[in-house]
Design a protein around this ligand. Structure first.
Ligand code: DX5
Ligand code: ZN
Length: 212
C-alpha cells in the first residue's frame, strides 16, 4: 500500500520542516490539495507554496485540484512536474481533452469522483487514465469523517478496471485512518491519502507504518 500524506493538515508555519519529516517518515507521494474557493468553499495553496514544498523533498508530488477552470490551473502548476494531476469529473465538460492535456505534459492523469458520483461515469474514461481518486469525504476540508459507502465503490471500480485497465491505480482520500485502511486494501485500493491521521500523530513515521 502506498501512502500519500496530505499537507493540508501540516503546520503551515513550518511547512518545509513538516514536508521533510513526512518524507523521511516514508511517504510515497506528497498530496497537495489545491482549492480555489469556487469548486469548494475553501482556498488553499498557490504555485509558490508548492514550489517551496517541492524544494524540500525528492518525494513525487500528487496534485489534487478542487477547482473550476481546470486547464488554467494545469498551466499554472505544470512546471512543478508532479507525478499525478487529479481533477474532478463533476467540473469538466471535456474530460478526454483534459486527460490528454495532462498526458502530453508527461504527467500521469487521474480523475476524481465525489462520494455521490457513480463509478459508471468512468466506463469510457477508465482506460485513458493512470489513476482514479475516490473521495471518501465531501472535498473542501481536512479532518472530516470517512463515508463508508466508498468501500463498495472501490470494489466496483476494481471490477471495472479488471475489464478495461488492469494497471489502474485506485487512490482514496478523506477520513482515512488505521481502522478503515485494511478494509480499503481488501476492497482493492492502491494508494491512501491521509491528512489529519498522519500530521496529528506524534510520529509521522509510525502513522505511515500503521496505515501501510
Ligand atoms: C479534502 C482533501 C483531503 C484532505 C484529507 O478535500 O482532498 O486530501 O486533506 O484530510 P483527512 O485525511 O484529514 O480527511
Ligand atoms: Zn485531496
Amino acid at each position: 500500500m502506498k501512502i500519500s500524506p496530505s499537507i493540508l493538515s501540516a503546520d503551515f508555519g513550518n511547512l518545509s520542516e513538516d514536508v521533510k519529516k513526512v518524507s523521511l517518515g516514508g511517504a510515497d507521494y506528497i498530496h497537495c490539495d489545491i482549492m480555489d474557493g469556487h469548486f469548494v468553499p475553501n482556498l488553499t495553496m498557490g504555485p509558490m507554496i508548492i514550489e517551496a514544498v517541492k524544494s524540500a523533498t525528492d518525494v513525487p508530488l500528487d496534485i489534487h485540484f478542487m477547482v473550476e477552470d481546470i486547464p488554467f490551473f494545469i498551466d499554472m502548476y505544470k512546471h512543478l512536474e508532479p507525478e499525478f494531476i487529479s481533477f474532478h469529473i463533476e467540473e469538466e465538460k471535456h474530460i478526454n481533452r483534459v486527460i490528454q492535456k495532462i498526458r502530453n505534459l508527461g504527467i500521469r492523469p487521474s480523475v476524481v469522483l465525489n462520494p455521490a458520483t457513480p463509478v459508471c461515469l468512468l466506463d469510457y474514461i477508465v482506460a485513458d487514465v493512470d489513476m482514479v481518486l475516490l473521495m471518501s469525504v465531501n472535498p473542501g476540508f481536512g479532518g472530516q469523517k470517512f463515508i463508508p459507502s466508498v468501500i463498495d465503490k472501490v470494489k466496483e471500480l476494481r471490477e471495472l478496471a479488471e475489464k478495461k485497465n488492469p494497471d489502474l491505480l485506485i487512490e482514496i482520500d478523506g477520513g482515512v485512518n488505521d481502522k478503515n485502511a485494511p478494509l480499503l486494501k481488501d476492497a482493492g485500493a492502491d494508494i491512501l491519502v491521509a491528512g489529519s491521521f498522519v500530521f496529528k500523530h506524534k510520529s509521522y513515521e509510525e502513522a505511515i507504518k500503521a496505515l501501510r
